[in-house]
Design a protein around this ligand. Structure first.
Ligand SMILES: C[S@@+](CC[C@H](N)C(=O)[O-])C[C@H]1O[C@@H](n2cnc3c(N)ncnc32)[C@H](O)[C@@H]1O
Length: 244
């Protein structure tokens, strides 16, 4: 099968109905997927290189959507997968796109206080900016750490800064409210520009307060402004962390 026909058939299988922009984004993702170059596929490769046995990971995706954006990239590689999503209309697509996953239609912020489950890969794919009761993933901390096994990988979306094009395309990002939340969460006076290294100090403190050490971290670019930040955490290890 040629590169383009593989990409086209993949899109056809996973696409939910959407506008041209969604379809184009799906097409690009499928093309990258067919050569194992989506950002999530890169995350998995980097984890393997660091000695993580991806096939043993017990995964949880918070904010599952339909699973088509990036959950499909790791669903078949991990030992098990649970997905939480609030929108009941997404359930049939989630089940179709992720046939082996346990799908829970639930509010992440309520579920997190109820579940007894522990996970060694936690992927937080929140809507960007402010939404319902949160901004980015900030209100999930520190509770999200209660879901982690003693040695776990936590993947969050971070926005170090916005370029001009991103500001033009996504004018809701970095509004006053969003910036106030960033100021508070990252304890910074310059919420419009926060180097990843500075963000790391926030996450190191947050995981430390819950008895975890930051054993390592790395970033993978997702879009022009969004990056996966992957945090490898381990309970009770007193040493510092290794970046990249
Ligand atoms: C960025 S999309 C997720 C994309 C998905 N990870 C994928 O791979 O296709 C964000 C999702 O979060 C869901 N969401 C928003 N607030 C939520 C909440 N409080 N609890 C659970 N899901 C929520 C939205 O319905 C939306 O589907």
């Amino acid at each position: 099968m040629s590169f383009f026909s593989a990409a086209r058939s993949r899109v056809g299988g996973l696409r939910q109905s959407g506008g041209l922009r969604t379809q184009f984004a799906d097409f690009v993702r499928a093309a990258r997927r067919s050569i194992a170059m989506t950002p999530m596929q890169q995350v998995l490769r980097k984890l393997k290189r660091r000695g993580v046995r991806v096939e043993d990971l017990v995964a949880l995706e918070l904010f599952g959507g339909t699973g088509r954006i990036h959950t499909v990239d790791y669903a078949n590689q991990v030992s098990s997968l649970e997905v939480w999503e609030i929108n009941a209309k997404a359930e049939p697509l989630l089940k179709r796109n992720l046939p082996n996953a346990r799908v829970k239609i639930t509010n992440v912020y309520e579920e997190i206080g109820k579940t007894e489950g522990k996970y060694s890969l936690i992927v937080v794919d929140n809507p960007t900016s402010t939404f319902s009761e949160d901004c980015e993933h900030f209100a999930l901390f520190p509770r999200v750490l209660g879901l982690a096994t003693d040695s776990a990988c936590l993947v969050v979306n971070v926005i170090p800064r916005l370029g001009r094009l991103a500001r033009f395309l996504y004018p809701h990002l970095f509004n006053d409210d969003h910036l106030r939340h960033r100021e508070r969460f990252y304890r910074t006076a310059s919420p419009e520009s926060i180097p990843v290294e500075a963000m790391i100090e926030t996450y190191r403190r947050l995981v430390g307060d819950r008895g975890f050490a930051l054993r390592g971290w790395f970033v993978v670019r997702r879009t022009s402004f969004l990056h996966y930040l992957v945090l490898q955490i381990e309970r009770g290890t007193p040493t510092g962390s290794r970046g990249r």
